[in-house]
Design a protein around this ligand. Structure first.
Ligand SMILES: NC(=O)c1ccc[n+]([C@@H]2O[C@H](COP(=O)([O-])OP(=O)(O)OC[C@H]3O[C@@H](n4cnc5c(N)ncnc54)[C@H](OP(=O)(O)O)[C@@H]3O)[C@@H](O)[C@H]2O)c1
Length: 303
């Protein structure tokens, strides 16, 4: 039986990982996050509070639990907040990764970490794992620095770069799909960028890919994203179609017209062939993902 430590269990991805591993007897999993308790009350999991930016706490938990694998789903993910709070962003997205690398080395554990399309400048799109990185905002810079900590560490690591995760969970940060759904449900007009193009990724696919990385003992960098590339505007239209909202509420804007502090890379679509080849990654298309999300939001489908 493999021992797995999950960090960031209260986030969107972390909550999905908790459900994914919940009924799997092949793994002994300890979930952890910054908050005192696990936010989902309907499933029973082993949970402990852990601030991964605290080096000595990381060291003492990991040396006592001795996981074979650490899954890091924790990060400072608000792009504009990273631009404003640079010190905090570095602490979470780089220093905390250094802490996890140090303990992984000490006990010879594999570290599986999540990175982002924001390591690219978005000038060309269709990025493969070997394409040149060039982040345009501070969040992207910290995530790239976090990647570099792993790449130069000499430990057994896997980095999954992903894009615009959507899904739901308890008290999760508002992701793009939830923002669209909440506004359209209340019949509020929204402005969506036509020039920001990417592959939205359903959180179930990403969590499953992390598990597959363990099962296939994948290492190195992989692109893991949704099956279809769309603009934010098109994504909102697809949401309106699936959920039965009025598409007239959605208007087209350019990214530069939106009041966002940090610059966004515009065209960050991914080629996911390496993940498909290596660990059978097979992402859903947008309609499939949105229909599952709709079921989750109405409480039909939770596991
Ligand atoms: N969301 C996206 O669209 C997107 C796109 C590309 C890549 N990514 C990457 O995907 C990963 C998962 O993102 P997500 O959307 O699931 O994130 P999220 O919902 O923002 O969750 C991140 C979680 O990290 C935990 N955390 C924060 N500081 C911590 C600390 N010091 N120690 C331990 N836990 C801490 C928080 O837990 P508490 O609630 O317990 O405080 C929070 O719930 C991140 O690496 C992110 O960079 C996300």
């Amino acid at each position: 039986m493999k021992r797995v430590l999950v960090c960031g269990s209260n986030g969107l991805l972390g909550q999905r990982l908790a459900r994914l591993f919940h009924s799997d007897d092949e793994y002994e999993v300890l979930h952890s996050s910054h908050h005192r308790s696990f936010v989902q009350s309907d499933i029973l999991i082993d949970y402990t509070q852990l601030d991964i930016s605290n080096r000595s706490d990381v060291k003492s938990l990991v040396t006592s639990f001795r996981p074979d694998v650490i899954l890091n789903a924790a990060a400072m993910t608000n792009v504009d907040a990273c631009e404003r709070g640079r010190e905090q962003a570095w602490k979470m997205n780089v220093t905390a990764v250094e802490n996890l690398v140090e303990v992984s080395r000490r006990i010879d554990a594999k570290l599986i970490h999540i990175s982002t399309d924001y390591v690219f400048d978005g000038k060309t799109g269709q990025y493969t794992e070997t394409d040149r990185v060039n982040p345009v905002n501070y969040y992207g810079k910290t995530k790239l620095a976090g990647e570099n900590v792993l790449v130069s560490s000499g430990i057994n690591y896997c980095i999954l770069r992903t894009i615009v995760i959507y899904g739901t969970g308890v008290s999760v940060r508002n992701n793009y799909a939830l923002w669209v759904i909440n506004n359209l449900q209340e019949k509020k007009p929204i402005h969506c960028a036509v020039d920001q193009i990417s592959n939205p990724t359903y959180v179930h696919d990403l969590a499953f890919a992390m598990k597959q990385c363990i099962e296939y003992n994948a290492d190195g960098i992989y692109h893991v994203a949704g099956a279809e590339a769309v603009s934010r505007y098109e994504f909102a239209i697809r949401i309106a179609e699936v959920f039965g909202f009025d598409p007239e509420l959605i208007s087209k804007v350019k990214s530069s017209d939106l009041p966002q502090l940090a610059q966004r890379p515009l065209h960050t679509t991914f080629v996911v062939d390496k993940a498909k080849r290596t660990f059978m990654y097979n992402p859903m298309n947008i309609t499939q993902g949105l229909k599952l999300l709709q079921e989750e939001l109405t409480g039909i489908h939770l596991n």
